[in-house]
Design a protein around this ligand. Structure first.
Ligand code: ADP
Length: 476
């Protein structure tokens, strides 16, 4: 079972994971926000030295914040609700701390205890937000508390009741508690996020494996059907031809034999494509050499024209003459051939196909395929094969590279296929230290773009002769 990583998720899978995160945060918010509203409305007046107009204003402000947070939770605006709950609890902690003395210019012993209120936004950040937000909230709490303790003198009353050692302890303990909560929250969120990601990876791998298995079974059933029907048809044509021969109807016998031959040809193609499976296991240590790309692409375009003479597909080659890759000729030829053949098979006749290539810096390649390509000194080359055919649904973009997988749309269609072409392309490209993937909106007519990235080789001198799409040779 192959393990997909986050960077290899399709957009659909990434959106599904994001919705799992959002659902979990919403569950927490549904319980936490009403509780936080009550906590604020009780603690703000209790912490006030005197119930003044300013206390009412504070209650109004934090009440309004949590009121909007309640509305956001009820309407499932998860991001907004989480932000408001965090800002609200931080603000309440500031109000509670200031109300216990500094609002009158001195620190009371209760102020030092009130500083522990900052543990709440720190822990909440751990539950609702990311490790980065935990760091920001802990930093802000610590900075605010330290500044408050540094600039506000201890009241005479507090000095009289607390002796020096207790004073020092009371200053250190809330600050240490904030730091401790910050570390714990950070570790908790970080660990939880990793675990969730790993779990998501396992679930995804399982779902993909199940889907691959299903498509494989579907394919085997359809191959079974596709093999049985032509064999029976050939048998029928032969018996009929024999009978017609014995009756002396030679012209009709000839027609039967002709039909039998056509069916047998289709059968041979199908069997041949299934036997391609052995090629999947033969791609190992390749002898990689600098290869000029343009002539190879022209050759693949010419082969396409030769193999399907009835189908006058227009292949445009847009590759700089001197661009070269580090590859193995036969394997790269096979990849380009398969991709062009697919582009032709799954597009309407005469629709354009483009094969293009451009150099890609190491940085660009790593942005495009994070963690999937080795560090190559000369950078990479990106080859694209674009068609305007039926397209591939984005959620099937990874699975079609598995052996024996065909889209259900193409099962039982007149388009012959074994579901092996792309698996062979992937094996070849990976053996050449590259990567292959497809982009498509899955909308018929908008087509698909297959991308291959291969290590770049030093520029090759332009070839003296080149081939065009119709197979004619031209001077360079
Ligand atoms: P096949 O022999 O069936 O063509 P491949 O492995 O080459 O096998 O392709 C797997 C499946 O991916 C195909 O059966 C088809 O459903 C889909 N596919 C491949 N290339 C294209 C394309 N250019 N446009 C649309 N669908 C494609």
């Amino acid at each position: 079972m192959s393990q997909p990583s986050m960077s290899r998720m399709t957009p659909v899978e990434r959106a599904a994971l994001a919705s799992v995160y959002a659902a979990r945060r919403w569950q927490v918010l549904r319980l936490a926000v009403p509780g936080l509203l009550i906590y604020t409305l009780v603690l703000v007046p209790v912490s006030s030295v005197a119930l003044a107009a300013s206390t009412l204003l504070q209650m109004l402000l934090s009440g309004a914040l949590f009121g909007v947070a309640l509305w956001a939770t009820a309407t499932r605006r998860v991001e907004l609700a989480a932000q408001l709950a965090l800002v609200g609890t931080f603000l309440t902690s500031v109000i509670i701390t200031i109300n216990t003395g500094p609002i009158d210019g001195t620190l009371q012993s209760g102020t030092l205890v009130a500083l522990t209120a900052f543990l709440l936004p720190i822990i909440l950040a751990g539950i609702l937000a990311s490790p980065r937000v935990v760091v920001v909230v802990t930093g802000a709490s610590f900075a605010f508390s330290a500044l408050l303790l540094a600039v506000t003198p201890l009241s005479a009353n507090a000095q009289a009741t607390l002796h020096l050692r207790v004073n020092a302890l009371l200053v250190i303990v809330p600050l240490l508690a904030q730091m401790g909560a910050g570390f714990l929250s950070f570790a908790g969120t970080y660990g939880f996020r990793r675990m969730q990601r790993d779990l998501a990876d396992v679930r995804l791998a399982y779902a993909r494996e199940k889907e691959t298995e299903q498509l494989r079974e579907q394919f085997i059933a359809s191959v079974n059907h596709e093999l049985r029907n032509p064999i029976m048809a050939v048998q029928h044509y032969l018996v009929m031809a024999q009978t017609l021969g014995s009756q002396g109807k030679l012209e009709e016998q000839q027609r039967m034999l002709q039909s039998g031959t056509e069916v047998a040809e289709r059968l041979t193609k199908l069997v041949q494509s299934i036997l391609e499976i052995r090629r999947l296991h033969t791609v190992t240590d390749l002898d990689l050499k600098p290869i000029a790309l343009a002539p190879l692409a022209w050759q693949a375009a010419r082969m396409l024209a030769l193999l399907s003479p009835g189908n006058r597909q227009l292949v445009q080659v847009q590759i700089p003459n001197d661009l070269a890759v580090l590859a193995e000729t036969e394997h790269l030829q096979e990849v380009l051939g398969n991709l062009l053949a697919n582009a032709a098979k799954y597009s309407p006749p005469n629709s354009p196909i483009t094969i293009a290539a451009r150099p890609l810096s190491l940085r660009e390649a790593q942005v495009l395929r994070p963690g999937r390509l080795p560090a190559e000194k000369l950078g990479f080359v990106e080859i694209t094969v674009r068609d305007q055919g039926m397209g591939i649904p984005p959620d099937k973009a990874l699975i079609i590279f598995e052996p024996f997988v065909r889209l259900s749309r193409d099962e039982g269609s007149p388009v012959i296929g074994s579901g092996l072409g792309l698996a062979i392309c992937r094996a070849n490209v990976q053996a050449m230290h590259g990567d292959i993937w497809v982009e498509s909106a899955g909308i018929p007519g908008e087509g698909s773009t297959f991308h291959i990235v291969l290590p770049r080789a030093a520029d090759q001198p332009p070839p003296t002769r080149r081939l065009d799409g119709k197979g004619a040779e031209h001077g360079a």
